[in-house]
Structure formats: structure tokens, C-alpha cells
Design a protein around this ligand. Structure first.
Ligand SMILES: Cc1cc2nc3c(=O)[nH]c(=O)nc-3n(C[C@H](O)[C@H](O)[C@H](O)COP(=O)(O)O)c2cc1C
Length: 169
């Protein structure tokens, strides 16, 4: 699958070339702007075993800024924000592949380059004893917890050799 570079956002932005676990790469452009998580909504998506999106509810479509037709069939990493450490997703995958539930705070990247924070739960979907895919449900995150996590994520990023500022692309 070929991924298009992200278009230039209308607001001031930074950019970096991101390479994903499957070797795909693209130029990602992001702003400092956070779009608040809407009150009373749940964002739901389902993926296949490889993390390709198979279902997106209306709240997911609205908050991500992508059309449903763009989301279905796309790898979930199109939401990956350059300031999110890889270690968080490694933990997510390890947990759900072992058949367990994962919870965590995730900063996601919208199509327009703005971001939104979520508190995510990801679970394996089991049919007849087999894991056939994964579901994630996101809720409005605790602002206090995000503030606590920012230095932790920054530390993990630095350990991964990807300081949050990003290299010019
Ligand atoms: C059910 C499910 C939901 C996911 N939701 C997100 C998400 O909202 N944002 C995100 O960046 N990655 C999400 N991921 C993880 C991505 O598949 C991917 O591992 C991550 O974006 C890091 O990219 P990388 O694996 O290429 O390093 C999800 C994975 C699963 C299985």
C-alpha cells in the first residue's frame, strides 16, 4: 500500500518522515493544536489481525477528519502522532496478541495535522477460540493524567532516538 504524504496544514506546522512497522513511510505534518475530545462520545474502531481498519463509527470519522472510505482498509498507524513513543504501541500489540485487554493514553494525529488525546481500551475479538481481529474503544481522557504522562512519553521518545521536535523533512 502506498501512503500519500500529508498535505500542509493551514496553521504553522512541523514535519518529519515517519517509517512504519511494515516499511511504509510518508512525510507527516503536524501542528500544535489539540482538538478537544467531544463530551459523551465513544470512538470505536475494529481492525483485522494486521491492524488494518475494518470498522469506524461516526465519532471516529468526525474526530479523525478522514472520510470513512479513507479509514476502512487503511492501517491504523495513519493516526500515529510523531510525539507518541513506539513503546506504547509495542505494549498494546503484545497485550492484545496475548489475548488480554490494553488501556492507555494515546495522542492521535488528525488528517488536518491537529491532534486529539484519547483514553483507549483495546481488546482481541475472539470467535470459536481464535483471535480474529481487535476492537478499540476510546473515551474522553483525564487532563491531569495527560499532564502526568507528557514527561514519561517524552523520555521514551528520547530513548527511542526520536526527540519530539522531529527532524526536518
Ligand atoms: C484495535 C487497535 C487500535 C489502534 N488504535 C490506534 C490509534 O488510535 N492510534 C495509533 O496511533 N495507533 C493505533 N493502533 C496501533 C497501530 O496499529 C500501530 O501499531 C501504531 O500506530 C504504531 O505504528 P507502527 O506499528 O508502525 O510503529 C491500534 C492498534 C489496534 C490493534
Amino acid at each position: 500500500m502506498l501512503l500519500d504524504d500529508m498535505p500542509e496544514p493551514a496553521a504553522p506546522f512541523r514535519s518529519v518522515r515517519m517509517t512504519y512497522y511494515d516499511g511504509n513511510s510518508r512525510i507527516v505534518r503536524w501542528t500544535e493544536r489539540e482538538v478537544p475530545y467531544p463530551d459523551g462520545r465513544l470512538i470505536v474502531s475494529r481492525t483485522d489481525l494486521d491492524g488494518y481498519i475494518t470498522h469506524a463509527n461516526d465519532a471516529f470519522v468526525e474526530l479523525s477528519g478522514y472520510g470513512r472510505e479513507e479509514l476502512i482498509g487503511a492501517p491504523h498507524y495513519i493516526l500515529r502522532h510523531p510525539e507518541m513513543p513506539r513503546a506504547a504501541f509495542a505494549d498494546l500489540w503484545k497485550t492484545v496478541m496475548a489475548g488480554r485487554k490494553w488501556n492507555g493514553y494515546v495522542k492521535n494525529l488528525r488528517k488536518d495535522g491537529h491532534c486529539y488525546w484519547v483514553y483507549a481500551t483495546a481488546i482481541p475479538n475472539v470467535r470459536g477460540g481464535e483471535v480474529v481481529g481487535y476492537t478499540s474503544v476510546r473515551r474522553k481522557p483525564s487532563r491531569r493524567r495527560i499532564e502526568e504522562l507528557l514527561p514519561v512519553y517524552a523520555q521514551w521518545l528520547a530513548e527511542e532516538g526520536r526527540p519530539a521536535a522531529g527532524a526536518p523533512a
